[in-house]
Write a protein that binds this ligand. Structure first.
Ligand code: IMP
Ligand code: MG
Length: 181
C-alpha cells in the first residue's frame, strides 16, 4: 500500500487490456497509411510508449509540452512550451493524452495542430473526468472514465509525485495536502 493511496482506480491489468484494444483499433483504421503520434508530456509518455510498440502501421513520434497545472488545478490558459521539430501539413495525427479534465488543454492543442496544417487530428485519451469538463472536446478513443479524484500513476503525477506506479490510484487528503507546492 502506497502512503498517499486512497484507492486503486484502474489496475495495470485493466490498462493492458485497454491499451491492446486501442492499438488494434489504430492498426485497423490506419492500415496502409502514415500516422504521427504526438504525446503530451509529461503525463502521456508511458501510455504512448505502450501503445506504439503494438502498432504495425507506419508511425512517427513527436511530443508537445503543454503546461497549465499546479496543485491539481488548471489556470485555464494552456501554454505550448515545446514545439514540433517537423511540419505536419497534410499528416494524420493521433494525440496521446493522459487525462482530459476541463478539456482546455486538448482544445488548445487541437486548434494549434489544425493551424499548423494537419489533415486529420484524432485524440486518444487514457482517462477522462467528464464531471469537470468546461469545454467540449471530441474524444475519438477514451479508455477509462473516472470520478472526480486526483489520480497518479502510469505516467500521471501530482506535483511530480507518482508517475512510476503501475496502477492508477486516487490520492488521499494527506497526499494532496503534503505534496502541495
Ligand atoms: P485539462 O486542460 O483541464 O483537460 O487538463 C488536462 C491536464 O491536466 C492533463 O494533461 C493532466 O496533465 C492534468 N490533470 C488533470 N487532472 C489530473 C489528475 O487527476 N492527475 C494528474 N494530472 C491531471
Ligand atoms: Mg498532461
Amino acid at each position: 500500500m502506497i502512503k498517499y493511496q486512497k484507492s486503486v482506480i484502474v489496475t495495470k491489468e485493466e490498462i493492458e487490456t485497454a491499451v491492446n484494444g486501442l492499438a488494434k483499433q489504430l492498426n485497423d483504421k490506419y492500415k496502409g497509411k502514415e500516422v504521427i503520434a504526438i504525446g503530451l508530456l509529461k503525463g502521456a509518455f508511458v501510455f504512448m510508449a505502450d501503445v506504439i510498440r503494438q502498432l504495425d502501421i507506419d508511425v512517427q513520434v513527436e511530443f508537445l509540452i503543454v503546461k497549465s497545472y499546479k496543485n491539481g488545478r488548471t489556470n485555464g490558459k494552456p501554454q505550448i512550451v515545446l514545439d514540433l521539430k517537423k511540419g505536419i501539413t497534410e499528416k494524420n495525427i493521433v494525440i496521446f493524452e493522459d487525462i482530459i479534465d476541463t478539456g482546455r488543454t486538448l482544445a488548445a492543442v487541437k486548434e494549434y495542430l489544425k493551424y499548423k496544417g494537419a489533415k486529420d487530428v484524432e485524440i486518444a485519451a487514457l482517462l477522462t473526468k467528464p464531471s469537470r469538463r468546461e469545454v467540449v472536446v471530441d474524444i475519438d478513443y477514451s479508455l477509462f472514465t473516472i470520478p472526480n479524484e486526483i489520480v497518479v500513476g502510469y505516467g500521471l503525477d501530482y506535483n511530480e509525485y507518482g508517475r512510476q506506479f503501475s496502477n492508477i490510484i486516487a490520492l488521499n487528503d494527506a497526499g494532496i495536502e503534503e505534496l502541495k507546492e
